[in-house]
Design a protein around this ligand. Structure first.
Ligand code: NAD
Ligand code: LMR
Length: 340
């Protein structure tokens, strides 16, 4: 009982310190879905969030009513696709999380989702460009390698593109990498950090084991671990057997990224997260977006860290990733040009 009261007190203090001068509205688009619901729950539990706006084509108000009974200070409002629903959800948001879109079924690649999700993301981006042009846009909907360029093109077409405020959420890849390596080495995942660069699908996911605590993993063990990190999403798709893809681990990862961004915007220095952004690192090779470790700040992207020293094996992985990334990015850009 005493311990519970103590932790409540601590929570209240943190909530207080993040309130008033740091009003932070977070909008979740696709809030009724498998990711949207637990992600919204985690945002409701985050004391840095003062206002939570939950939009979905179905179920937004229901999820909002449910979460609104949780005794944290933030207000929660749900929105349906009424004529002003989406606009009202977006207005004044500091962070817009986009998990709206269909998930994979067994046998599908993330690119197979393009035909459905490209137009969903394009339309949500249009609304965001109009109602929340200065928000940080966090794209979760797959295929991330293409949906992020789609949002960029839409914002460009509306004259409000700020590359520092657009993020493809690749946090789940580093969360997995840290967990999987800890299983191989029987260590605490809290102490394991494996940089993962590139993009968010198959071979575009490039784990840099040489930069982890375990650069000594070689041969078959290394190949198996790299493969598991690259295709971790498939494990969940297979296990769910037609009922979707990762939702709970993704909500955890999305909430971690949003918290990092809020922390950075509230003045905490040295906040670094991997994320897929408009990046100078491989532009000379025709790859305009790339995931690497990015320092976050009040203006969004502060510093894009280079990939750093990699092994010959990782150099090869990077080569394959860049090939695919170029195609995935072009597909997103071409889609908006052909279907504005
Ligand atoms: P889901 O089907 O459970 O939920 C999607 C939600 O989006 C539904 O509630 C649906 O009504 C809503 N939606 C559809 N069109 C919409 C629109 N135009 N506006 C607002 N809402 C709309 O799917 P999920 O499991 O939550 O996955 C969502 C997306 O996230 C998928 O594309 C999936 O591939 C992707 N995903 C990405 C990562 C990542 O690491 N970036 C991880 C897991 C899943
Ligand atoms: C993941 O990595 O779990 C997501 O991108 C969902 C998927 O399709 O695998």
């Amino acid at each position: 009982m005493f311990a519970a009261r103590q932790s409540f007190g601590l929570f209240q203090k943190r909530a207080f310190s993040a309130s008033a001068s740091n009003a932070s509205k977070v909008a979740v688009l696709g809030a009724g879905g498998g990711i949207g619901q637990p992600l919204s729950l985690l945002m409701k539990l985050n004391p840095r969030v003062t206002q939570l706006a939950l939009y979905d084509i179905r179920g937004g108000p229901g999820v909002a009513a449910d979460l609104s009974h949780i005794n944290t200070n933030s207000t929660v409002t749900g929105y349906d696709p009424t004529p002003t629903g989406l606009k009202d959800a977006l207005a004044g948001s500091e962070i817009v999380l986009i998990p709206a879109g269909v998930p994979r079924k067994p046998g599908m690649t993330r690119d197979d989702l393009f035909n459905t999700n490209a137009s969903i993301v394009r339309d949500l981006a249009k609304a965001a460009a109009e109602a929340a042009p200065n928000a940080n846009i966090l794209v979760i909907a797959n295929p991330v390698n293409s949906t992020v360029p789609i949002v960029a093109e839409v914002f460009k077409s509306k004259g409000v593109y700020n590359p520092k405020r657009l993020f493809g959420v690749t946090t789940l890849d580093v969360v997995r990498a840290s967990r999987f390596i800890s299983q191989v080495k029987t260590t605490d995942p809290a102490n394991e950090e494996v940089p993962v660069v590139g993009g968010h699908s198959g071979v575009t996911i490039v784990p840099l084991l040489s930069q982890s605590n375990h650069a000594d993993i070689e041969g078959e063990a290394r190949d198996a671990l790299v493969n598991r990190i690259q295709f971790g999403g498939d494990e969940v798709v297979k296990a769910k057997d037609g009922a979707g893809s990762a939702t709970l681990s993704m909500a955890f990862a999305g909430a971690r990224f949003a918290e990092s961004l809020l922390k950075a915007s509230q003045g905490v220095k040295g906040v670094v997260e991997p994320t897929f952004v408009d990046s100078p690192l491989y532009k000379d090779q025709g790859v305009d977006f790339f995931a690497s470790r990015v320092e976050l700040g009040p203006n969004g992207v502060e510093t894009i860290n280079p990939v750093g020293k990699v092994s010959a094996y990782e150099e090869k992985l990077l080569g394959a990733a860049l090939e695919d990334l170029k195609k995935n990015i072009k597909k997103g850009v071409d889609f908006v040009k052909a279907n504005p």
